[in-house]
Design a protein around this ligand. Structure first.
Ligand code: NI
Length: 128
C-alpha cells in the first residue's frame, strides 16, 4: 500500500527554491512540491502541458506567444492554471510562494532552455 503524503510536512522538509520535490506519481505523472521566489528563466515544454496549483503566496506566470505578445496570469492560493505545451513562460513571484506541479515523469523545470537553473528532481526526505 502507498504511504500517506502530507503537504505541510512535505513543505516543512525543505526550504530551497526552484527545486521541485516529487510527492507522488499518478500513472506516468509526477506531482511535485516546489518553493518559488523571485524570477525564473523563460522556457517552454515542447512535449507537454504544465499544471501549476498555488498553495500560498502570489505567482505571476509570464507568457508570450510566437509573436511576442504577452499573456501574463496571476495566481493566488487555490488557483490552478495549465501552461499549454510549447508556450514560452517565465514564473515570477513577489515574495515566497509554495505550489504544486503536475507534469509527466521526466519533465525538466527549465524545459527547452536548460542552463544553470535546471534542477535534478529530488525525492522528499524520508520521515522515519
Ligand atoms: Ni515550465
Amino acid at each position: 500500500m502507498a504511504d500517506v503524503v502530507n503537504l505541510a510536512a512535505a513543505f516543512d522538509s525543505f526550504d530551497d527554491t526552484w527545486q521541485p520535490r516529487r510527492l507522488v506519481s499518478v500513472n506516468d505523472y509526477d506531482v511535485k512540491a516546489v518553493r518559488l521566489e523571485g524570477e525564473f528563466v523563460w522556457h517552454s515544454h515542447p512535449e507537454t502541458d504544465e499544471l501549476f496549483m498555488v498553495r500560498s503566496g502570489r505567482l505571476v506566470i509570464q507568457q508570450r506567444d510566437a509573436e511576442g505578445k504577452r499573456h501574463d496570469v496571476e495566481l493566488g492560493p487555490g488557483d490552478v492554471y495549465v501552461v499549454p505545451r510549447g508556450v514560452e513562460h517565465c514564473p515570477r513571484t513577489e515574495g515566497a510562494v509554495t505550489a504544486l506541479l503536475f507534469e509527466p515523469r521526466g519533465t525538466v523545470n527549465t524545459g527547452d532552455a536548460g542552463g544553470e537553473r535546471t534542477a535534478e528532481l529530488q525525492e522528499p526526505a524520508a520521515d522515519d
